[in-house]
Design a protein around this ligand. Structure first.
Ligand code: NAG
Ligand code: NAG
Ligand code: NAG
Length: 366
């Protein structure tokens, strides 16, 4: 009798360890993703009043099953590739895991992570609202707080703390704050210049990172703003199809605020660590070394309309290219699956010129 109780206890213990220590190919317990359309895997499908959706063909034409999912891409996006590198299935869209009223009905479905990213959203609450309803970063983090609370109840505080501390938190945002600050009037009505608006954003990002830390996050991957002036949408308005340097310099302004902010955070909070990815530098590198990476076309989008297929976004009826791996851009704003895979390779292993102070591989190993 006593022996069988011991056996039962041992089995229970093993099951618990297995749940908490995960399988060997799996490098981290979970991946939580925050951001915009580059990383959205379908959250916006659940929003009623927004036109920022991609749940129609030819989006997803190269996705398993050739299905549109809400990803703004021909295939997988960076959220999928980061999960793959961590040995995990893609984190599901948060809104697919909660009831209509926003209740979490099964907290165990968050044990390998969740994706909170929302197309058109940014760090500023106002960003993207011209398209209708979006989920700004602060709300994405409210959702994470709910997950954190539920898992503390399910796992117990100490196991939950370990779970979050070992998990990877990806923040891929900033691009829309740059684009909308440049193209629309100051939403506050204070007539700030785009430069002044973008200058304010890194401090707001800092507040949000501190909130994530308070909810248990320790290992961050933070992506800088990309060279957004080089996307087909902006090339389309230049006669020679050149990059828009006004937009690019706004991205640089944003990044020049984010980098020192991250260094400061790390110096103040010893047990947080981060990987910063210079998305701007990576895009320029891919443009300059296109052939090396197998890209035949770096200016025009694969799917869209007008000059460089950049003037109108990718609709069901839009013309699209037949060989997506030749293209750097899928639609007027978003890189192809091929380009997003390379971006994640660089996040994972460097070179350290683009990914620092730690590569994602090093961040995971901490
Ligand atoms: C909760 O979610 C997990 C993982 O997705 C699933 O295996 C389990 O069956 C679900 N439990 C209930 C009660 O729905
Ligand atoms: C954004 O909105 C949230 C609530 O919806 C609010 O708490 C927060 O202060 C707002 N952020 C800014 C920078 O206005
Ligand atoms: C598509 O492009 C890639 C890279 O340029 C090339 O290797 C491949 O053969 C092309 N496939 C087709 C079907 O043309």
């Amino acid at each position: 009798m006593a022996n069988s109780n011991v056996l039962l206890l041992n089995i229970l213990h093993m099951i618990l360890l297995w749940r908490l220590n995960f399988s060997e190919a799996q490098l981290v317990p979970a991946v939580f993703i925050f951001g915009d359309s580059i990383a959205d895997v379908g959250n916006n499908n659940y929003l009623k009043n927004t036109i920022a959706k991609a749940n129609f063909t030819p989006n997803g034409i190269d996705f398993p099953g050739m299905t549109p999912t809400g990803r703004f891409c021909n295939g997988k996006n960076i959220a999928d590739f980061i999960a793959e590198r961590a040995g995990l299935p893609s984190s599901p869209p948060y809104l697919s895991l909660v009831s209509r009223s926003g209740e979490i009905n099964n907290a165990t479905s968050f044990l390998t992570g969740a994706n909170f990213a929302s197309a058109a959203a940014g760090i500023l609450n106002s960003t993207g609202t011209i398209f209708g309803e979006v989920i700004p970063l602060s709300t994405q983090i409210d959702y994470f707080a709910t997950v954190s609370k539920e898992l503390k109840q399910q796992l117990g505080p100490s196991a939950a703390q370990k779970f979050f501390a070992k998990s990877i938190i990806v923040i891929e945002t900033g691009n829309n704050d740059v684009i909308f600050s440049a193209l629309l009037p100051d939403p506050s009505g204070k007539n700030n210049t785009p430069q002044q608006l973008v200058d304010l954003v890194p401090a707001i990002l800092e507040e949000q990172l501190r909130r994530l830390y308070d909810y248990g996050a320790r290992k961050f991957v933070v992506m800088g703003a990309s060279a957004v002036g080089c996307c087909p949408f902006l090339r389309a308005w230049d006669e020679g199809g050149e990059c828009n340097e006004v937009l690019n310099s706004l991205s640089i302004t944003y990044n020049e605020g984010v980098e020192p902010m991250l260094r400061k955070l790390k110096s103040e909070i010893k047990d947080m660590s981060y990987t910063y990815c210079d998305s701007y530098g990576v895009l320029q590198h891919l443009i300059q070394n296109a052939k090396l990476y197998g890209f035949e076309e770096i200016k025009a989008a694969c799917c869209g309309q007008g000059n460089y297929r950049g003037k109108l976004t990718c609709f069901e009826t839009s013309p699209h290219c037949s060989n997506r791996s030749d293209y750097l851009f899928w639609d007027p704003f978003h890189p192809t699956e091929a380009a997003q895979r390379i971006l994640v390779d660089i996040i994972f292993d460097g070179p350290s010129k683009y990914t620092f102070p730690l590569s994602l591989r090093q961040l995971i190993a901490l």
